[in-house]
Design a protein around this ligand. Structure first.
Ligand code: 13P
Length: 248
């Protein structure tokens, strides 16, 4: 039985003060401890958020990392640095990073490998653009992204990865994938994991849905057999709406 995992991706939002307030409000209202909860704050707020959640079951995540250990890479942040501020998770390959910052399946893979080497759990994002869906390319795109992310990852390490299916057309648009549309792709992702590893491993990996998930559509999505949680953008910026999803 896979434990559900709900992660908030705050993206480029929150000052330190706002982040601390939001994390505190989430902690205060969080009672359903049978769900894993992760807060993915901006780099600048990670340590402050960690200070709020460190004695709670809520975990800290970053939104990106760089694959080198250290050195002259101005502006980048390493896995070790993320560990040092209390991160247990890191989002890798979010579609916004693929779209605006030139991330490719290869760089996503490098980041996944480096995160795992430092015992950070990667939340690997995959998902098709609207025009790819409309051209019938969803499976082809998602398969390429999943296979690309897992290159060189051993079975033991693969078991630690969380996959997030985020159809790009559903992100921040209010246009949520239907439970059937999402389930179809989640099941397809699991079938790729079976072909890469085996059924037992594939059945153990958690696959989150992301894209306009809200308190009022979460229950129906999370009822699907292959949807094991959510990666939440907009609705994670308010404790009430984020908790609404957790409680769903
Ligand atoms: P929204 O929930 O705002 O659509 O964003 C989803 C997302 O990109 C989470 O990573």
């Amino acid at each position: 039985m896979r434990k559900r995992i709900i992660a908030g991706n705050w993206k480029m939002n929150t000052t330190v003060t706002q982040a601390v307030e939001l994390a505190q409000a989430v902690c205060d209202q969080y009672t359903r401890h049978q769900v894993d909860v992760v807060l993915c704050a901006p780099f600048t707020n990670l340590y402050a958020v960690y200070s709020v959640i460190k004695d709670t079951p809520i975990a800290l995540g970053a939104q990106n990392l760089y694959w080198e250990e250290k050195g002259a890479f101005t502006g980048e942040v390493s896995a070790e640095m993320l560990k040092s501020v209390g991160c247990q998770f890191v989002i890798v390959g979010h579609s916004e990073r693929r779209q605006y910052f030139g991330e490719t399946d290869e760089t996503v893979n490098r980041k996944v490998v480096k995160a795992l080497a430092h015992h950070l759990t990667p939340i690997v994002c995959v998902g098709e653009l609207l025009q790819e869906r409309e051209s019938g390319l969803t499976e082809q795109v998602v398969e390429r992204q999943v296979r690309g992310a897992f290159v060189g990852v051993t079975k033991a390490d693969a078991a630690k990865i969380v996959v997030a299916y985020e159809p790009v057309w559903a992100i921040g648009t209010g246009r949520v994938a239907s439970p059937e549309q999402a389930q179809e792709v989640h099941q397809f992702i699991r079938s790729i994991l079976i072909s890469l590893y085996d059924k037992e491993l594939a059945e153990s990996i958690r696959i989150q849905y992301g894209g306009s998930m809200k308190a009022d559509n979460a229950a129906e999505l999370l009822r699907q057999p292959d949807i094991d949680g959510g990666l939440i953008g907009g609705a994670s910026l308010q404790a009430v709406s984020f908790l609404g999803i957790i409680n769903a």
